[in-house]
Design a protein around this ligand. Sequence first.
Ligand code: PLP
Length: 425
Amino acid sequence: MDHFEYRDGELFCEEVRIADLAAEFGTPLWVYSQNALLSNLREIQIAFAEAEPVICYSVKANSNLSILKLMNEAGSSFDVVSGGELYRVQQAGGDTTRVAFAGVGKTDAEIRFGLESNILMFNVESEAELDAIAAVAGDMGVVAPVALRLNPNIDAKTHAKTTTGKKGNKFGIDIERASELAAKVLADGRLSLVGIHMHLGSPILTTEPYAMAVKKGVEIVNEFRAAGHDTNWINLGGGFGINYKQNEAPPAKAFADVIVPAIREAGCRLALEPGRFICGNAGVLISSVTFTKREGGKLFVIQDAAMNDLVRPAMYDAFHRIWPVKPAVAAPDDFEAEIPGCEPVDVVGPVCESGDVLAKARWLPETSRGDLICTFSAGAYGTTMSSNYNSRPRGAEVMVSGGTHRIIRRRETYEDLVANEIIES
Ligand code: PLP
């Protein structure tokens, strides 16, 4: 469980008791392990070291400024998909000259912001975007570095809502059109074709899609080079899977083994955009049980974290391990199996939606009002996808390092909820 473990019958993050954090900051509470964040990044840095990649931590996974600052200090760059994310990178002290800027709908203002920030490259997702970037760059009198985001039509076998590299998804340019658009770039002095980009989906639990993608990528780059482009970068995006259940995800080295040799042989520069791999298992969501009830033949555990905090189960049918912070039964290896001393419960939140379920028919030991519950693997696409739905203030975020902790985002208040709203007086 990566820096989160049960000791003497209760859950710790590194050397800090989770129950102490909940007592100090209340629930729902996000707790991150700094050493997990750093060691997950380091795992990728080491696995891919031979290719000397630029690792662009994917800001969308978790954009807290303290996490961005940590990533920057540990040698990571950033992948952004909006002007707001680029602003966050700046605020965290990040080096914007190594930023990759993706997204299907960049506005002129965002393009200008990217060019002013001297970013490494735009991952361009359509011909119309290419035209827009050329126009803004021309206006500014600069040359825009572009990488064509190609849709390689590879099935990464992820959830329908998180697959991005198959024909018919909204992302990228059909791979068959790559040469035509490259020729357009070559003829335009306002643009420079520095590379190609592919992001296949997320989370990906096998290496084959990457092996196929890098093969296709190298073929295309060689075509571009033969056509006179100075094209070096192959950006394979993110998507490396993590262990949400047990040990279902390959280590970073397995992905590197299918990617690095092809990149080196082609003499290309490698960029990667991992998000989930770095922060997914470095964060948990702590909640407390408000009520339990038996209705309709089921036991419901109603706790104070909801779909507005962590939307992944409702949105993607995602599986998160859930277990009490001070359990009466030791945490199992297999959270999907029947567990002696437990019974199947639906873990739900207080939001007025039937879909507000964190886990369905999950074997849990008996819990009662006030008990603390941990939802694991919540560090990625937790806070960044959270909302104030049902006018629920978002919880605090705490970073643990060894035996110390610090608050990195305070809990929202009711005043925060209405701070930007204007009523006639
Ligand atoms: N790069 C792009 C273009 C993405 O769309 C995403 C996720 O949606 C990522 C990187 C990060 O993916 P992950 O967090 O699974 O590594």
